[in-house]
Design a protein around this ligand. Structure first.
Ligand code: FAD
Ligand code: SF4
Ligand code: SF4
Length: 482
């Protein structure tokens, strides 16, 4: 608690005048006209913004009073939870109101200092256009889902803002986008609920590692590897643990993809299999809300899951309104491709017309296209990696560190999946699905190459991409992952 009544009032006043509260309040008409949120929801979010912003201002006022402080000193002074103070400090830092010296993450020696406003170099709610311009956008679709005035559409695999509709609330930047800032330390704590159990590099914390295969014949016929992703989602539907899944589907024979919200097991089969095409899965968050779904699972690549987790940390007020993301099934991903580049790899490098391509995979350093007539052609991944989306080259996460369960192929033999069970929720889901005959598993040590190869490749991706990320950070183009 701020002990002084004046400080309490100052914090509330500053909160009411903050850009976020003002934009939400002044944008009432536009938000309600757009129809994404009801009046009741608008009021609820306004209340949340005021409370959240007031707490953040208390942190800033206290910091100004103390001149500088460690986290422990702030905790003692404010009586706010450690997690919330860190969250507020991170946002204040992002807004250019606070700086820290010492470690990247909060060590006992990290000291926070307020910055005078006149020294500010950026507006706090810079729109995500700069992420697109800097080629950092992963086309996850989260900004479109969260934008309260439908100002965002996706054109040519990237968001475009209609300035006439934009109310400058900054939600696309602060709540949704996994590329403006992430603060992984905080998000990892949120995922585990145990601040002491931080993820270890390079594949982050996991409870168990398996090699696994579906026992469902109908899934075996259509899946990419071991069919674990589709089997887990099937289990969730069968047990009414969810009423929708966000996934990706092909729209026809030419590998054009679309993000879909699936509401039953039968449709789920149509989403199985990997499409190496950037697809904005998270536009499904908005669709799911419109459809009135209450409990959803998200299947996604690491960048997509980073967006989901970020919004869980930085938008408590929104979460329940956007449908509770009850389960997160993450897929491993080294890199992904724009549609035209995937087409180029299939047709120019592998000489398979897309209409004739049955399956694509990346294995043992080769991008392979398997045709409907039974032939397979490959190209070394090294030769086509420059065709991957630029934003993939600054993502350090191969194994989907923030998911409940992560699934990939590296480490396992053909027709099997490597599974990293990360959270309690994920553990229970995997165990039950196995007990009830959806899948079978063995410890990953018994698999083809097992953990050593996975760790080696994850380390490689992390090192390469963190170097690129650092150079972006130095140019001031990125906030931070940490
Ligand atoms: C772009 C991409 C790159 C990958 N790179 C690697 C890698 O380097 N190493 C590795 O071990 N594994 C990688 N994977 C994961 C691997 O291809 C399989 O998805 C994973 O092993 C799960 O297999 P499964 O048989 O359990 O999945 P299935 O049961 O077949 O289910 C696949 C799921 O993936 C979803 N999906 C398909 N395409 C996309 C997409 N473009 N974006 C988001 N979701 C999608 C579908 O909605 C479906 O739910 C990658 C996946 C993708 C999408
Ligand atoms: S584009 Fe971004 S800043 Fe503009 S209204 Fe939408 S979420 Fe808010
Ligand atoms: S990364 Fe996702 S949230 Fe960020 S700008 Fe691109 S589509 Fe929007």
């Amino acid at each position: 608690m701020v002990k002084n009544l004046k400080e309490e009032l100052d914090a509330t006043l500053e909160a009411v005048n903050s850009f976020r509260v003002r934009a939400w309040f002044e944008g009432e008409k536009e938000i309600l006209e757009c129809g994404k949120f009801t009046r009741e929801e608008w009021e609820k979010i306004l209340d949340f913004f005021i409370d959240d912003e007031t707490e953040r201002r208390k942190v800033l006022i206290t910091l100004k009073k103390l001149k500088n402080a460690t986290l422990a000193q702030l905790e003692q002074e404010l009586g706010i939870s450690n997690f919330n103070i860190r969250k507020h400090l991170r946002l204040l830092e992002y807004e250019g109101l606070v700086e820290r010296s010492g470690k990247d993450t909060d060590g006992a020696e990290t000291v926070y200092k307020p910055i005078l406003k006149s020294e500010l170099s950026r507006t706090p709610y810079e729109k995500i256009k700069f992420i697109v311009d800097e080629k950092l956008c992963v086309d996850c679709g989260a900004c479109l889902s969260y934008c309260p005035t439908n100002a965002i559409t996706i054109v040519d695999e990237a968001p475009v803002i209609d300035e006439d509709k934009c109310i400058g609330c900054g939600i696309c930047n602060i709540v949704a986008c996994p590329r403006t800032f992430l603060y992984l330390d905080l998000i990892r704590d949120h995922v585990k609920g145990e601040p002491s159990n931080l993820g270890e590099e390079p594949i982050a914390a996991y409870k168990n590692a398996f090699t696994a295969q579906t026992k469902k014949e109908e899934i075996k016929k259509v899946c990419q590897d071991g069919g674990i992703v589709t089997s887990l989602a099937s289990y969730l539907f069968d047990h009414n643990l969810i009423d929708g899944v966000l996934a990706v589907k092909k729209t026809g024979e030419n590998w054009i993809t679309e993000p879909v919200v699936i509401t039953n097991k039968e449709e789920l089969l149509g989403t199985a299999g990997t499409k190496y095409v950037i697809t904005p899965t998270l536009v499904g968050l908005e669709k799911a809300k419109k459809m009135g779904l209450k409990k959803i699972a998200v299947i996604g690549t690491p960048c997509q899951i980073q967006a989901v987790r970020k919004s869980q940390v930085f938008s408590d007020g929104f979460q329940e309104l956007m449908g509770d993301v009850a389960y997160i099934i993450g897929i491993f991903c080294m890199e992904n491709f724009a549609y035209q580049n995937m087409k180029k790899i299939s047709e120019e490098y592998c000489k398979v017309n897309l209409e004739n391509a049955r399956k694509m995979d990346i294995n043992k350093g080769q991008f392979s296209v398997h045709s409907k007539t039974g032939e397979s052609t490959s190209v070394p991944i090294k030769e086509v990696t420059s065709l991957a989306r630029d934003a993939c080259h600054v993502c350090p996460d191969l194994t989907n560190e923030l998911a409940d369960i992560s699934v990939g192929s590296i480490g396992s033999g053909p027709g099997w999946s490597t599974v990293l069970v990360r959270t309690e929720k994920g553990k229970e889901l995997f165990q039950k699905a196995q007990e009830e005959g959806y899948l079978t598993s063995k410890p990953l040590d018994e698999a083809e190459t097992g953990l050593p190869l996975l760790i080696k490749l994850a380390k490689g991706k992390r090192k390469r991409n963190l170097e690129k990320l650092d150079s972006k950070r130095e140019e001031g183009k990125y906030a931070t992952f940490f």
